[in-house]
Design a protein around this ligand. Sequence first.
Ligand SMILES: [Ca+2]
Length: 246
Amino acid sequence: MAASCGNNSSGFASWKAEFAAEAKRAGVKGKGLKALAQAQYASRTIAADRNQKSFRYSLEKFMQLRGSATIVAQGRKRKARNPQFYAALEKKYGVPAGVLIAIHGMETAFGHFMGDSQVVSAIVTLTYDCRRSDFFRSHAIGALKLVDQGAITPATLGAKHGELGHTQFLPGNALTYGVDWTRDGRVDFYDQQDALASTANYLRKKGWKRGKGYQPGQPNYKVLKQWNAATVYQQSLAIMGQQIDG
Ligand SMILES: [Ca+2]
């Protein structure tokens, strides 16, 4: 039986106790369970979730708002400064630099805005909240397992919905697709190299075909949708990626 959800903080503590049993059955261990017990009701996250508005921007307007020209200009420089790294990622995962750099720029302005919400508290609260419990449940379990592994701590900060690191992985995806590119024994989504390798690994596992194009009508275009479901986002990535790759 799944723990019963709630719409305000009043039932959060008793829900956490119920959810702990579920987490334990899913394989969460001591550190993760402790992080769950210490999780705070994330009021700012819930306020943000309730205030989400859906916008329908044209592609042109979306790209302007997201600063695509700046992302492309900075992205080209980043690629030129570190060509071996991006070549190594493409060699291993088949994903070209432009796509990864465009994602990095879109998600966090290359690591400048990675969020100020506690990831564990945010994702656990979203799972408790009745609106989208089912969607967030696997990400809450993922976050607790990341704590067990030492990839994050209860203090780790991310975006309002628990997205973490340079490319804003939801915790369940971070757990599944995370890569320790630097080989220091820890998958660190706040390390640029680990984060970008994890992103490349995600795209590969979602069906990226090495050497094939990612423009509309080409085989890898649909894989971009796996990263973000919004059509304008997908279109923007294709355009910026190509401009960065040149
Ligand atoms: Ca690492």
